[in-house]
Design a protein around this ligand. Structure first.
Ligand code: PHE
Length: 354
């Protein structure tokens, strides 16, 4: 009996895992285990011997069972300890904020621009980004061989082989929406159209996709003076900086006559962009009086109506207003950049707030 106890208690102590422990249990106290075989021998004993051996065997069985239970609990604890070590987790890490993003400066500025022009009676229009060649060029007095087509670095859509119509283009400016809006509303009319435009160009101030806002006002007695007032009024309201300085430069666009480009005084010193100071000028828009052929293409009689139009770079004015030096970072989707330059949902445009 003592030999049996020593043997099995030793094996139980040495069992390395629950599988080994189960094997020991079957060999010792299972139905065909050694203790059961000994119990069967009780039948061949004298009653006196049985009175001693019976309780002793039962006690041995209990002792082995409880040693197995204790060892099993020990193995489970060890397994848990091992898991806790392996699946280590740093609970001191900061939690993940539920909202990662911010409002992109382009969205914020689009809202601001829209609010200011809405105050001046301009409605918001839209047009397709994959545009018909006619709307993007011909209707704007840019015929097939015109050098302006090459200058625009246009992206052309693919055509099926054998289809000889001019390919669609990714609109190179928001000006095609002038035509679409004239067709939709007739005269008089006032609209702005913010949206994406595309040109094959890439450096610190150019990206292949960027944003413009088109503006157009058509009425009976509209002149260059109205255009100038409107743009100056806009810049004062938008930039909210004393001493904003604009420069109207004579220029040329096929769809306006006369034409002017507008630059704003700024400085790039030390990699930061500042407004209203310095010796640099940043071009922010092109503008002019709408060409009679353009009014005609939109179905409006140029003998009865005149209009002015402008196209302004939204990203450009966002860079200027918020001091963002590199345009390319606008479209990198870098969360660190967005956290730095982005806006919260409650930072409503100044005009809306007022
Ligand atoms: N479409 C011109 C551009 O993209 C800007 C412009 C719009 C100029 C309207 C004059 C009038 O450069």
């Amino acid at each position: 009996m003592d030999d049996l106890r020593d043997k099995y208690l030793g094996q139980i102590r040495d069992a390395a895992d629950e599988g080994a422990l189960e094997a020991v249990r079957l060999a010792a106290v299972g139905k065909k285990g050694e203790v059961a075989l000994k119990m069967r021998e009780l039948g061949r004993m004298t009653p006196e011997e049985r009175q001693v051996a019976g309780p002793a065997l039962n006690a041995l069985k209990d002792e082995i069972n409880s040693a197995i239970a204790a060892r099993k609990a020990g193995l489970e604890d060890a397994a848990l300890d091992e898991r806790l070590r392996a699946e280590w987790l740093d609970v001191s890490l900061p939690t993940r904020a539920r909202r990662q993003g911010t409002i992109h400066p382009v969205s914020q500025v689009t809202e601001e621009v829209t609010a200011i022009f809405a105050d001046m009676g301009f409605a918001v229009a839209e047009g397709p980004q994959v545009e018909d060649d006619w709307y993007n060029f011909d209707a704007l007095n840019i015929p097939g061989h015109h050098p302006a087509r090459a200058e625009m670095d246009t992206f052309y859509m693919a055509r099926q082989p054998g289809d000889n119509r001019p390919p669609h283009v990714l609109r190179t400016h928001t000006s095609p929406v002038q035509i679409r809006s004239m067709q939709a509303t007739g005269a008089p009319t006032r609209m702005i159209c913010p949206g994406r435009v595309y040109r094959a160009d890439y450096d610190q101030t150019h990206t292949p996709m960027f944003h413009q806002v088109e503006g157009m006002a058509i009425d009976r007695d509209i002149s260059m003076a109205n255009l100038k007032w409107c743009l100056e009024e806009f810049c004062r309201a938008f930039f909210e900086v004393d001493g904003i300085e604009l420069r109207f430069r004579a220029s040329h666009f096929p769809f306006t006559e006369p034409s002017a480009e507008v630059d704003i005084r700024c400085s790039w010193e030390g990699g930061t962009l500042k407004l209203g100071e310095g010796d640099d000028w940043m071009e922010i828009l092109g503008s002019g009086m709408m060409h009679p052929k353009v009014l005609q293409a939109g179905g409006i009689d140029p003998d009865e109506w005149q209009g002015f139009a402008f196209g302004m770079g939204i990203d450009r004015i966002a860079m200027l207003k918020y001091g963002i030096p590199d345009l390319r970072a606008f479209f990198d989707s870098d969360l660190r950049w967005l956290k730095h330059y982005g806006f919260g949902t409650l930072q409503v445009p100044t005009r809306h707030a007022g």
